[in-house]
Unconditional design. Structure first.
Lengths: 101, 133
């Protein structure tokens, strides 16, 4: 189960994914596509660099509408491009068309 | 596999620092620790939360969340859009979750005209749970 460092995740979101970083007590990261449509968001608590546990990586992956934790790790560690990530995010349907649990 | 169980409701005071008044955090926990589930390295429990949110808001109806203990931290998450918070203790994680859950309403509402259908649905979900005090 992968873990990630919070500073690397924040850097990947604001850098590669060009996310807007919103300071609202916590850091909210808002990701838009090239047309300016907001397609995903996630949060990281403010504070010193810390390790995101495997469970947190899994939750953030789901928030970001990625299909696997590996995709999230690849997004942070470079192999997955912004274009590929946006394609995956936008291909995931709204929750109303998914089975709720 | 996760389980949702009948629970007793407890109330604790928690200081979020986000409002002048210390909000009450009400959460339910299993009366019997043996009913919690062990999932690989994570301990997962389902809880039903109600009550105040930061910024003069409240939960309009009960919200079911999962509490997971993993690698020394506690993660509180709702199951539909995976909004979550983490902290060293359950009480702190619940306070953080309420702050983040409420904050998401502001973040998404201020961008409403630019949201794709998925996030529009997330915003509607938040509005269905959050009301003014």
């Amino acid at each position: 189960m992968p873990t990630l460092e919070s500073d690397k995740v924040a850097k990947a979101l604001t850098g590669k994914m060009q996310a807007e970083q919103v300071d609202s007590g916590d850091w909210y990261f808002v990701i838009s596509n090239d047309e300016g449509v907001v397609v995903a968001s996630t949060t990281i608590s403010k504070g010193a660099k810390h390790t995101l546990s495997a469970q947190r990586v899994s939750e953030m992956k789901r928030q970001l509408r990625l299909s696997t934790s590996k995709q999230f790790v690849d997004l942070v560690n470079c192999p997955l491009s912004r274009e590929e990530a946006l394609k995956i995010m936008e291909s995931n349907p709204p929750s109303s068309s998914r089975q709720r649990h | 596999m996760k389980g949702c169980i009948e629970m007793d409701t407890f109330t604790v005071n928690a200081n979020t620092g986000a409002t002048s008044a210390a909000p009450q955090v009400r959460f339910s926990v299993s009366p019997n620790a043996e009913t919690a589930y062990k999932l690989s390295t994570s301990l997962v429990t389902s809880l039903r939360i109600t009550g105040s949110l930061p910024g003069g808001r409240r939960l309009a109806r009960p919200l079911y969340v999962t509490i997971t203990q993993d690698d020394g931290e506690v993660i509180v998450s709702e199951p539909h859009f995976h909004m979550h918070a983490s902290a060293p203790t359950t009480a702190e994680a619940l306070v953080a979750f309420r702050r983040i859950f409420s904050g998401y309403l502001d973040v998404l509402a201020s961008r409403e005209s630019r949201l794709d259908p998925y996030l529009h649905e997330q915003l509607a979900y938040l509005r269905s749970y959050i009301s003014a005090e």
